[in-house]
Design a protein around this ligand. Structure first.
Ligand SMILES: Cc1ncc(COP(=O)(O)O)c(C=O)c1O
Length: 430
């Protein structure tokens, strides 16, 4: 099944035909953004050719645009397991999170506490840290540096401060740790806090179920799962309807519109809709596992989405196990950071290479068509806590469903060829 899935998926991505220096490009930068299948490109194109208009006008293309946006809210409702009026679109996750923080602070008073975590991307730290200007105390929940997991004892202690908001990620884009967000949300609620979940990294790697999690707000970005560069937020209706976001008279003052500003990124939304359809189609073609409501795959789009994500996940995790074992066996200069064996993780594997900076390693790999990112990936606090910020950070390898075992073999060959790395670095510095 894995081979069939891979062969089908691979054909859908025109970008995979790129070559550099005579090498086919292996896009191992999935955590920074996925490549896009043909159906998503076609949907964006179709929008511009057939529907391009602003909403609210009386003519056909404007009405088609409104219907498309409504359909997109519908498919994201299936993606999150919520209702369409709990689906909010925005420029990206960061912008949506700023809007959310600025709305929630209006329900707080100076001296109130917000908890953020050391595991999080700056996009789920900065918007909250800025509330310090308004007299809000923002506290960091520690990360256990040995396992790159949230230090639950520290979290328990910090909850005694009765925070108004707990902002936490579902999975770390820096090292791939998946956190037990269901438990974190339960504990946050018990302390009286609203739980804001950054699911940007997780969303590509497993199904989301905001009902089961009882999340209050959950944010993701379509470009991390085959779509264009837009952000999408789930907002629990009873909380969203009580928010007083910064907005204009032009906006409808009702969920989900009240926190959306200006004209939405229509073509991006059309592409995001197609991206979730792509996942559902994979579920129909290749998936047989889903834990959704009763009913078979044919009758339930949510089940198709779940099955698609599980199929991808299974494929990615097989390759991830292979990659970690191969690096451990064949690249003695590499140290892998992140979750230890048996801990929940995504297919994101980060490492340092003794004697070389992450930037040098990433440039060397890039010259061989192996596109990985070296640095901090805006998981700045995490990289700092690992003691790596002054040393150039980590080399991050992200495995997506269009990556193959042979691409990973090329990566392992390149990493184990230290002479070639040395020559590359010397050539660049001479
Ligand atoms: C875990 C995580 N959170 C948030 C973001 C920011 O998302 P956006 O680029 O949509 O603002 C990223 C982007 O890499 C991320 O990986």
């Amino acid at each position: 099944m894995n081979d069939q899935l891979f062969e089908y998926v691979r054909k859908q991505f025109p970008a995979l035909k790129r070559e550099i220096n005579g090498y086919p490009v292996a896009y191992l930068d999935g955590p920074g953004g996925y490549q896009v299948p043909e159906c998503v490109i076609a949907a964006v194109n179709h929008y511009f050719v057939n529907m391009n208009a602003n909403v609210g006008h009386q003519f056909e293309t404007a009405q088609n645009t409104s219907a498309m946006i409504q359909a997109a809210r519908g498919i994201f409702a299936d993606f999150f397991n919520c209702s369409w009026d709990e689906v909010v679109f925005g420029a990206n996750m960061t912008t949506l999170n700023f809007a959310l923080a600025q709305a929630l602070v209006r329900q707080m008073a100076p001296g109130d506490t917000v908890l953020i975590t050391e595991l999080d991307h700056e996009a789920n730290r900065g918007p909250w840290l800025q509330l310090q200007d308004r007299g809000i105390e923002v506290e960091d929940v520690a990360m256990d540096i040995n396992t790159c997991t949230l230090a639950m004892e520290d979290f328990r202690k910090k909850l005694l401060k009765k925070p108004k908001v707990v902002a936490v990620n579902y999975a770390s884009n820096g090292v791939g740790t998946i956190s037990d967000v269901q438990k974190i949300i339960q504990m946050s609620h018990a302390a009286g806090a609203i739980a804001v979940v950054d699911a940007v990294h997780y969303a590509a790697h497993g199904p989301l179920d905001v009902k089961k999690l009882d999340a209050d707000f959950l944010l993701c970005s379509a470009y991390k799962f085959f779509g264009p560069h837009i952000g999408v937020m789930y907002a629990k209706k009873e909380l969203l309807s009580k928010l007083t976001p910064l907005n204009l008279r032009t906006q409808q003052q009702a969920p989900p519109y009240m926190i959306e500003t200006g004209t939405l990124h229509h073509e991006g939304i059309a592409g995001a809709l197609a991206a979730v359809e792509f996942i559902a189609d994979i579920g129909l073609k290749f998936g047989n596992e889903f834990d959704g409501p009763s009913g078979d795959l044919k009758d339930s789009r949510r089940n198709q989405i779940l099955a698609g994500l599980w199929a991808f996940e299974k494929y990615e995790m097989t390759l991830t196990g292979y990659l970690i074992e191969a690096i451990t066996a064949h690249v003695p200069k590499a140290t892998i950071y992140g979750p230890i064996a048996g801990q929940p993780r995504t297919s994101t594997v980060s490492l340092t290479y003794k004697g070389y900076s992450a930037d040098q390693v990433a440039r060397y790999l890039g010259s061989r068509g192996l596109f990985v990112w070296g640095g901090h990936f805006y998981a700045i606090r995490l990289v700092e806590k690992l003691g790596l910020l002054d040393r150039g950070g980590l080399v991050r390898i992200g495995i997506a469903p269009y990556n193959s075992g042979s691409e990973l073999d090329r990566l392992i060959d390149a990493l184990s060829d230290e002479d070639a790395l040395k020559r590359f670095v010397e050539r660049k510095s001479s």
